[in-house]
Design a protein around this ligand. Structure first.
Ligand code: B12
Ligand code: SF4
Length: 429
């Protein structure tokens, strides 16, 4: 049976989406004929301006204001209609979409148009956006999606397809052992059209920490990671098949425990495997010796969730990390020649100007170790502890980007963001 695996704008134009590669591997393994459609990449190639416009708008989509949200994307409708045409060309009854917060609205628009033209088409949604109840309700209300699948999707999608094809055989859809996960299948992607010659690969699910604001626990529930041997052998195969220059580990915290990181590096070094890799990590699993080994094993850049220069704020966030420890690890990484990307948040509930200036001080005092720094105003994700504890902080309007509490509102957050960006510009080497 032919099945379309699609992703709408916007997600990524630098490298292919891993979700579709993983779903494709699982479906092919069971004899289905998946067809990959990266509609975001198509749009990026045809109209970069519109792509970026949709990216900017994705911050404004509000399920509670559907008319306004749809109004915002109306400028893109002619181009999105081309995506609909593209899908019909494939002549498949089943169309699956990967959804993220950044592409949910255009994707829902495309799905509605498909159903308008042919109500017999079966539309399935999965991906992180579906894990947000408010968005799920928004999708259901639209009435064009036949099935929404939450969490790890490969086996669940197989189960749904089996039902559709009326094959009675029952499939297990419980959470799988990621050490037995199939190799992501990137065939059928226009790999030459992505901006970078790199591939995403996932080594973990979730995170071992449980920061108050983080969506990971809502999305993945339990933390698990692949064994070093599995990661090594998968990367070798992917390198042979597609020849990427480096891998992006598509995880919140890469490679699992310190021991697993070390085992992975040992294998890369022992077999002289020439490959680069980048990803996000928590400073607390690292030390100087491990960083040295990571560099030898191809680590090019690490992103650290530093969040704040105020220990009081880190403690409230339940970050389980000392400010000094983060600084030390950034310094060690830099000394080894590993790029250091520092990620910050501003406007966390109870953050005062004094706390914020501690963050700026951290940035300025350690600029020599930091390759790139990014900052975002605090968002409250449904289902996180921050969302559930909103009352404790006196937060009003927790479902909106315009949430506010005493001495904290969207203007304060944007002002701090502006000052942060200005500081980077002034102090850039
Ligand atoms: C790597 C990553 C990126 C990379 C993507 C690289 C790539 N080409 O793949 C980059 C750096 C580009 C990125 C960017 C962004 N990201 Co990001 N990213 C991640 C991260 C760490 C891993 C994503 C991943 O690939 N996972 C592995 C794959 C296999 O998992 P998956 O995509 O979720 O797919 C599985 C299931 O969801 C499901 N599934 C997926 N699709 C479908 C479809 C069907 C039909 C079915 C049945 C199932 C199904 O099955 C898959 C296999 O199990 C996640 C956090 C996390 N730990 O998941 C955040 C995450 C996905 N990102 C997020 C966000 C918000 C963004 C940005 C919008 C951030 C920003 N403010 O700019 C941007 C958007 C893109 C852009 N235009 O810049 C959010 C999404 C929130 C949401 N609810 O939608 C997450 C969850 C982080 C978070 N905690 O908030 N990101
Ligand atoms: S360490 Fe990072 S990924 Fe883990 S819970 Fe905290 S913010 Fe989320």
């Amino acid at each position: 049976m032919k099945v379309i695996l699609a992703i709408g704008p916007i997600w990524e134009y630098k490298r292919p989406p891993l979700s579709l590669a993983m779903l494709q591997a699982t479906l092919k393994n069971k004899g289905y004929k998946p067809k990959i459609l990266d509609l975001g990449l198509d749009l990026y190639i045809k109209n970069k301006f519109l792509y970026k416009y949709l990216g900017l708008l994705s911050y404004l989509y509000r399920p509670e204001f559907p008319k306004l949200s749809y109004g915002l994307i109306s400028i893109a409708k002619p181009k999105l209609s081309l995506s609909v045409e593209r899908i019909f060309k494939e002549n498949s009854k089943i169309i699956c979409f990967t959804t993220y917060k950044s592409n949910i609205l255009p994707t829902l628009y495309i799905a509605s148009e498909i159903k308008k033209i042919d109500p017999r088409k079966i539309i399935i949604f999965g991906g992180p956006a579906c894990s947000i109840k408010k968005i799920r309700d928004f999708i259901r209300k639209k009435g064009v999606v036949d099935q929404i699948i939450l969490g790890e999707g490969d086996l669940a999608l197989l189960g749904t397809l089996e039902k559709i094809s009326k094959n009675k055989k029952k499939l297990k859809t419980r959470q799988k052992d990621i050490n037995r996960e199939l190799l992501p299948d990137f065939s059928g992607f226009d790999l030459g059209n992505y901006e970078r010659k790199s591939l995403p690969y996932s080594t973990t699910r979730g995170c071992y920490n449980n920061c108050e604001f983080c969506f990971d626990i809502v999305l993945w529930k339990k933390y698990k990671f692949k064994k070093a041997e599995k990661i090594f052998s998968d990367l070798k195969k992917l390198k042979e098949l597609y020849g990427p220059e480096f891998f992006l580990f598509a995880d919140s915290v890469i490679l699992g425990s310190s021991r697993n990181i070390e085992d992975f590096c040992d294998l890369v070094i022992k077999y002289n495997f020439k490959i680069g890799w980048v990803g996000q990590i928590k400073p607390s699993v690292l030390n100087k010796n491990l960083l040295r080994k990571m560099k030898t094993a191809g680590c090019m850049d690490l992103s650290f969730g530093i969040e704040s220069g105020s220990q009081r704020i880190l403690d409230i966030m339940k970050k389980n990390c000392r400010v000094q420890e983060s600084i030390q690890i950034m310094k060690f990484a830099n000394e080894q020649g590993i790029g250091v990307t520092a990620l910050f948040m501003v406007g966390y509930p109870t953050e005062t100007w004094k706390d914020f200036f501690k963050t700026l001080k951290l940035l300025i005092n350690n600029k020599q170790y930091i390759t790139a720094a990014f900052c975002s105003p605090t968002s409250i994700y449904p289902g996180t502890s921050l969302y559930l504890n909103a009352e404790k902080y006196g937060i009003k309007n927790r479902d909106s980007s315009f949430w506010y509490s005493k001495n904290n509102n969207i203007f304060v957050r944007l002002l701090r963001l502006g000052i942060f960006i200005l500081t980077i510009k002034i102090f850039k080497k």
